[in-house]
Design a protein around this ligand. Structure first.
Ligand code: 15L
Length: 267
């Protein structure tokens, strides 16, 4: 991998990656719908709206691999999700394939499976159970990745990311926390491992309260260094300040499940 493109570079995760991935590859191009305020003189950045295929063709030109973080990163109105995450993701894979890009690492999300109960351990071969329009868009992105891998030979890795941050923020995040450095490890496997065809990995660190079977990532050499348990006391203290959420607390997707929830009233 000589030249990498990272979309979504101005978002929370993208901003961390701009620091952590510095110097990892000979050349990294960053892109987002708006420029970050702290762009350094030696960083290549192209502003692009993912819903605009011509713009996406420009950002993928000449790159070997893509880390696709771009899009809307929480639940939102359908129009927003449709343009940024559905059309945007299609444009990204289609432009990548047409431009001869070799690999894509797609930032999927735990919300593609948010309606699995917390009591159930899930692996990578289960049916998706999205908890939101956002979660549906991530399931769509995974399906697109499989299509471009199987039909066109693009090497695709989908990372079902939990929550990236310095520490787990509450009880739910004790199970799904992903230390930023562990995310970089997963990205590097997707961009560099010889045997990648189409793979799904869970984006979680070495957490004691785990809901996911991440043996597929470990099979590719993933050795997470973060342990959510080291932050248990502070996460539980933060949890104690949150209002009760009977639906959210039952399912892996938490508040994404209780948001707009009215299934109990369906009769
Ligand atoms: C996600 O997919 C979101 O992008 C992030 O903002 C968090 O909400 C995270 O999931 C989470 O589940 O905590």
């Amino acid at each position: 991998m000589q030249k990498i493109l990272v979309t979504g570079a101005t978002g929370g995760v993208g901003t961390r990656l701009r620091m952590l991935m510095k110097g990892l590859y000979p050349s990294i191009r960053w892109s987002d719908i708006r420029k970050p305020d702290d762009l350094a003189a030696d960083e290549e950045f192209i502003v692009a709206d993912l819903a605009d295929l011509a713009a996406v063709k420009t950002i993928v030109a000449g790159v070997d691999g893509i880390v696709h973080l771009g899009g809307y990163s929480i639940e939102g109105p359908w129009e927003m999700i449709l343009n940024a995450n559905i059309v945007g993701c299609y444009n990204l894979f289609e432009a990548a394939y047409r431009a001869g890009v070799k690999r894509v690492v797609f930032a999927s999300s735990n919300h593609a499976l948010g309606f699995y109960p917390r009591s159930q351990r899930v692996g990578v071969n289960v049916t998706v159970r999205p908890d939101s329009r956002y979660g549906v868009s991530k399931a769509f992105g995974e399906a697109l990745g499989a299509l471009y891998a199987d039909k066109h030979g693009l090497r695709v890795t989908c990372l079902r990311i939990g929550n990236v941050g310095d520490a787990p923020l509450d009880q739910r995040r004790l199970a799904i926390w992903l230390k930023p450095e562990d995310l970089v490890q997963l990205i590097r496997i997707g961009l560099e491992h010889r045997d990648i065809h189409f793979e799904i990995f869970y984006g979680a660190s070495d957490n004691a309260d785990v809901w996911w079977d991440n043996s597929n990532a470990r099979r590719f050499g993933y050795k997470p260094t973060g342990k959510a348990d080291d932050f248990r006391a502070q996460a539980m203290a933060a949890q104690a300040k949150l209002p009760p959420d009977p639906i959210g607390d039952r399912y892996q997707g938490g508040p994404f499940c209780s948001d707009e929830y009215d299934a109990d009233r369906a009769g």
